[in-house]
Design a protein around this ligand. Structure first.
Ligand code: SF4
Ligand code: SF4
Length: 223
């Protein structure tokens, strides 16, 4: 996804956090339980579209990677895999977008997603819609969705909670700030940070920037 260009491509393609949102430091709300991250807003969004589950045809190479662990979880839940995932070369454009997400970890990304290798992504229709997208939203139960889907529209950049520059996102529009978006979705900063750490691990990075590597890249495919 191109930063701020929410009208043409969506979160399925790797997005870039909005700089102005970095200044907003969302606070945890004591007493909150695990946040469901489910919202009527997202269901309505799916009905009228475009949603973060779509990308512009031709931008498939920019779709976020799905790790082997995430793929297994989806297959266990829905009992299918054929056609749901597509091997995608680690193109320079894909790597460049990953670098936007993890700007100080370029060297690690080159090792995790080497030039001659491939990764898995979600398959999309010719129109660019995720194969799991239905009129009322994602057909996958939330715990089975890839971490990137579960995080969107939030991200952690430079150690601070932020949000993607998705101008067409209704959560973004109505919540206006990261704190407002969290409230709208009934989530917390702690929950977002936990999910972000899990995504990093799934993609082969340590759970927090600066920590030592503990796993090989589970996002690699075909090696
Ligand atoms: S996160 Fe935003 S773009 Fe995605 S479904 Fe919800 S409202 Fe739509
Ligand atoms: S898996 Fe579900 S949440 Fe993720 S892009 Fe596809 S439809 Fe959207």
């Amino acid at each position: 996804m191109v930063a701020g260009d929410a009208g043409t491509s969506w979160a399925m393609a790797l997005a870039v956090p909005a700089r102005r949102e970095v200044a907003v430091n969302a606070m945890d709300r004591p007493g909150d339980g695990p946040a469901p991250f489910e919202s009527d807003i997202c269901s309505r969004c799916a009905g009228c579209g475009p949603t973060c589950c779509e990308l512009s045809p031709g931008q498939e190479e920019l779709c976020f990677p799905v790790s082997e662990m995430e793929r297994h979880r989806i297959v266990e839940q829905v009992g299918l895999s054929r056609g749901a995932f597509t091997p995608e070369p680690n193109s320079r454009a894909f790597l460049a977008n990953l670098r936007h997400l993890f700007p100080r970890e370029g060297q690690a990304l080159e090792l995790l997603f080497p030039d001659a290798d491939r990764h898995l992504r979600l398959s999309v229709t010719p129109a660019g819609r995720c194969v799991f997208l239905r009129a009322t939203g994602c057909r996958l139960p939330r715990p089975a969705r890839p971490y990137y889907c579960r995080l969107f529209p939030f991200w952690v950049a430079g150690g601070r909670l932020t949000a993607f520059a998705a101008a067409g996102c209704q959560v973004h529009r109505q919540g206006r700030t990261v704190a407002g978006m969290l409230t709208l979705l009934g989530s917390t900063e702690a929950r977002v940070r936990e999910l972000h750490g899990r995504l990093r691990l799934a993609w082969g990075l340590p759970p927090r920037e600066g920590m030592p590597f503990v796993t090989p890249s589970p996002a690699r495919f075909g090696t």
